[in-house]
Each structure stands twice: as structure tokens, then as C-alpha cells.
Design a protein around this ligand. Structure first.
Ligand SMILES: *Cc1c(COP(=O)(O)O)cnc(C)c1O
Length: 389
């Protein structure tokens, strides 16, 4: 047998293991110091009541013969697809039910969707980037090109007509930078994709953090997107489903064969999200659920604002923190990412994530997140001001 040697081309990521090692060593030699983690990439607030009530009810249904459910539809139950359809409609996007696919999260679908594309496609990803986009393509042996995100473009890179690409990744609001595309900028990407006969894989995992009505929460709010884009969304960050697992992917019928191919792919390789989880997800889209998840999101956004305001006060350049749980800052005094990591841990006992771990353009930058508690964020920012204020 031959193994897939493309795996040899993956770069080892030591980012989070190195962070853990450094923090553990620091705590061991400084047991009296309180370390505050602002590098958390996972939500910390629990599921809201509307969701847990729906989960409980669904569990009970599963224990009664007349309401028990076995295999469900691979693309998701109609009750949840209708809820997603209604959610999009609220943002003025009309979707047909069979354009909506329920999944166990955006990460799986972002990887799985590549089953629909040949290995001879050229991939375009922004740098810095969520590592999943790059690694899933390296595994399949595809050529990956990078488009530079930097201070000059406020970490919102724009298409270059001289670069030919077939599959384009866009994440907005962005992880790791927190930067958000407006409609005009996304329209340029759509026009570029259409003229290249390319497809955009649009990751909208953080759409719920957008509070400015003029910013697009779905790429389909922009004309032409249904002809060139697949959208991936998830309840992970919006409703605390990182451990519960549920997301949805939109494959418009305007994309021709791709919609039917995705049906075939899913019915062949996937047996759907658990009924119980889908009932919990349905509750996220209820009036009560929407109210309750907003409270959690606003909690994170309050932390993000606090961090962003503190950085402003200290005169530290940054993006994000407004329509995103992430704040991406330029390391003070021209420090390199890891240098700043060590400095911040040593002098303020704050843990963040070195930007260099997300790509070469991340060097010299640093990611803070708003998923910590309010009290800890306040304390961390007071320490920050003492050093840099
Ligand atoms: C967290 C995150 C997701 C969500 O992944 P799930 O598999 O749904 O938990 C997707 N994209 C990005 C950029 C993320 O940061």
C-alpha cells in the first residue's frame, strides 16, 4: 500500500503546545502570581436556557417509542433547515431549503467540501490565516498561494488581477485578526471570483458579532455571491456550541452541479447531526434563543471593547475588537511575536497568542481574545496600562 505522502508536507504546529509549556513553566517557578489567559480560542459561557430546555425535551422524546428517532435526513431535519432559512431571511437573504445543509460544525465542512474539487486547483488564502484552510489543501496535494494581509490594508487583503486562483478562502469577521470586510470590498472579491471562474469559500463563523447593520453578515447579502460562493457557518462561537457541535453550510443551486454533488457526498459519507443536537440548534433561532445568545455575545463584546479601548489609550495599533471577539495588535517597541509573548507573561502575567503562529505576516503581531471573564479582562487591562500607558 501507498500512504498519502502529502501529509509529509504539513508544517508541524507547535503554537498551542509551546504556549502551554511556557505558561506551565512560568506558573511552576512563580506560584504566587496570578496568570490571566487572554489567548482563549474557545467560548466560556454556558449554553443558554432556551437551548438546554430544547435538549432536555429531545432527550425525553428519544426515550419514548412513539417519538424516538433513528437515522435522520443527512442534510438535516426540515425544522432546523427552516429555522436557518428564516434566520437568513431576516438578513434579507432568500435561500431554498435544499441549499441549506446541517453539519456537525464548520471545521468539518470546510475540510469535507474539498471532496468536490480536483487536486489541480490553485488555492488562495490570506496570510495570517485560520490554519484549517491551508492544511486541508496540503493534505490533498493542492498548490496554496497566499495573499498578504498587513497593516497597509488593515488586514483586509484585496484581490490582485494578476494572480490566478480557483478556490478562494475568506473569513469575515476574521480569525485571527478580527478585521471585517464591508460590502464594497467583498463585492470586489466576488467580481474577481466570477472573472476567474473561481469559487469563494466564505467562513462566517463570527457573523453574530457584527453589530453594524451596514456590514455583511452573509456573503449572499452582496449581488453575485450566489453565483460564486459557498458559505460556512457554525453555532460554535455564536451560541456556545463548540462542545455540542452544530453548523450549517449553504451551497446555492446557482453553482450548478456542486449542490447535487454535495448532497451525494453527504449522503455517502455522513449520517447527519444527532436529533437532540438539532433540536437544541433550532432553539438558538427562536425568539427566546436569539435574545439569550445576544446576552452572551454582548458579554464578550464588552471585554473586546475594554481591550480595544485600553490599546487605544496606550497608543498601540490594532484591528478587530469591535465586530469580533479577537483583537490583533502590533507588538509594542517592535518586539517580535514570541518576544512579546514572553515579555507580557513575565511582566503582566497575561497570556495571548503570538501572531507568527498564523502565518509569516503575523510576525510582530499578537492576538488577544475576549473569551475570558470580565473581571479578569479588567485586571489584565489595568496591568497592561501600568506597563504601556
Ligand atoms: C471556531 C471557528 C470555526 C467553527 O468551527 P466549528 O467546527 O463549527 O466549531 C470556523 N471557522 C473559524 C475561522 C473559527 O475560528
Amino acid at each position: 500500500m501507498n500512504i498519502n505522502t502529502n501529509y509529509d508536507n504539513l508544517e508541524q504546529s507547535y503554537l498551542f503546545s509551546t504556549i502551554a509549556k511556557k505558561v506551565n513553566e512560568y506558573i511552576k517557578s512563580n506560584p504566587d502570581k496570578k496568570v490571566i489567559r487572554l489567548g482563549i480560542g474557545d467560548v466560556t459561557l454556558p449554553l443558554c436556557k432556551a437551548v438546554t430546555d430544547a435538549l432536555h425535551k429531545a432527550v425525553d422524546e428519544m426515550g419514548v417509542q412513539s417519538t424516538f428517532r433513528g437515522y435522520g435526513p443527512e442534510q438535516g431535519y426540515d425544522f432546523l433547515r427552516e429555522a436557518v432559512q428564516g434566520y437568513y431571511k431576516y438578513h434579507s437573504v432568500d435561500l431554498e431549503l435544499d441549499e441549506i445543509f446541517i453539519s456537525d460544525g464548520a471545521k468539518s465542512d470546510l475540510g469535507n467540501i474539498l471532496d468536490l474539487f480536483g487536486t489541480d486547483n490553485t488555492i488562495l488564502v490570506p496570510d495570517p490565516v485560520y490554519p484549517v484552510y491551508v492544511d486541508t489543501n496540503i493534505m490533498a496535494g493542492r498548490e496554496v498561494k497566499f495573499v498578504d494581509a498587513n497593516q497597509g490594508n488593515e488586514f483586509l487583503p484585496m484581490p490582485d488581477k494578476n494572480v490566478k486562483a480557483d478556490i478562494i478562502y475568506i473569513c469575515s469577521p476574521n480569525n485571527p485578526t478580527g478585521a471585517v470586510y464591508d460590502k464594497a470590498k467583498l463585492k470586489e472579491w466576488i467580481d474577481y471570483a466570477i472573472s476567474n471562474e473561481a469559487i469563494i469559500l466564505f467562513d462566517s463563523a463570527y457573523e453574530c458579532f457584527i453589530s453594524d447593520e451596514t456590514l455583511p453578515r452573509s456573503i449572499y447579502e452582496i449581488e453575485g455571491a450566489k453565483d460564486c460562493a459557498i458559505e460556512f457557518c457554525s453555532l460554535s462561537k455564536t451560541a456556545g456550541f463548540t462542545g455540542t457541535r452544530c453548523g450549517y453550510t449553504i451551497v446555492p443551486k446557482n453553482l450548478g452541479k456542486l449542490n447535487k454533488m454535495w448532497v451525494r457526498r453527504q449522503t455517502t459519507k455522513f449520517n447527519g447531526v444527532p436529533y437532540i443536537v438539532q433540536r437544541g440548534a433550532e432553539a438558538v433561532f427562536s425568539e427566546e434563543g436569539q435574545k439569550e445568545i445576544k446576552i452572551n455575545i454582548n458579554y464578550y463584546k464588552q471585554n473586546a471593547k475594554l481591550i480595544s479601548d485600553t490599546l487605544k489609550e496606550c497608543g498601540i495599533w490594532h484591528v478587530g475588537g469591535k465586530h469580533s471577539p479577537y483583537i490583533w495588535l502590533k507588538c509594542p517597541n517592535s518586539m517580535k511575536s514570541w518576544e512579546f509573548f514572553d515579555y507580557l507573561l513575565e511582566n503582566a502575567q497575561i497570556v495571548g497568542t503570538p501572531g507568527s503562529g498564523f502565518g509569516k505576516n503575523g510576525e510582530g503581531y499578537f492576538r488577544l481574545t475576549s473569551f475570558g471573564s470580565y473581571e479578569n479582562t479588567v485586571e489584565a487591562m489595568e496591568r497592561f496600562k501600568k506597563i504601556f500607558g
